[in-house]
Design a protein around this ligand. Sequence first.
Ligand code: IYR
Length: 230
Amino acid sequence: MAAEEKIIQGYRHIAYKQQEKFTGGEMLERSSNFYSWLEARRSVRHFSEKAVSEEVIQKIILSAGTAPSGADKQPWSFCAVSNPELKIKIRNAAEEEEQENYKGRMSERWLKDLEVLGTNTNKEFLEIAPWLIVAFKKVYELDEKQVKRKNYYVNESVGIACGMLISAIHNAGLVTLTHTPSPMNFLAGLLQRPKNERAYLLLPVGHPSSEAYVPDIRRKKLQEISDFYM
Ligand code: IYR
C-alpha cells in the first residue's frame, strides 16, 4: 500500500484515491452513455421565466470551479445575476453592442454563417432567463504587497471551466447558450468588478420555454474530428 502522503519537491502530496474502477466493458458502456447524454445538449435561446434555486446555481458554479488551470491559479470568477433590474441593464447594453455588430462590425460572410442559427440583435433571453452567469477571467492577481502576479494560460483555463459549467447546467436539466456580446467590457462596469477581471462569457441559465426551437444542425462525425495514430 502506498503511503498516505509523500514530500515531492519539498511539498506535501497526498495519495490519489481513484474514485471508481471499471472493467473494459463497463468503461465502454459508460463512455457511450456519457456521449449520448452530452450529445443531447443543445444551445437554447428560448427560455421560460420559471425560477431556479440559488443552491442549484451555486453547485453548478462549484462544478465549474473544479476545472484544471494554469499553475492551479483558478483564474476565474463567476457572477450569478437574478436581479431583474440588473438583467435589464445587461440586456440593453448587450443589444446596443450587438446592433453595432450586426449592422457593420461583422462581415457579410459571418452574418451568413449565423443566419442558420437564428441569432439576431434581440437578446430577450437576457431578461427572461432566471439567471445570467457571467464568467470573468482574472488576467492577474494582486499579492499581499499589491504587486501584480500574472496568471498563466488564462483563456485555456477559463474555457475549460466554462465547458464544465455548461455540462453542469445540462446535468441539472437546465439549458444555456454561450452569448458573446462584443466588446463586453460593459459587464465589468455594470457588475463593478475589480480591475484584474475581464468578461469572458455570458451564459443565461434556466428552463427551456415550452415552445423552444433549436436549429436543425448535425455534429461532425468521428472521422471528421479525429485521427488515430496506432
Ligand atoms: N455575438 C453575437 C454574434 C454571434 C457570433 C457567433 I461566432 C455565434 O456563434 C453566435 C452569435 C451574438 O451573440 O448574437
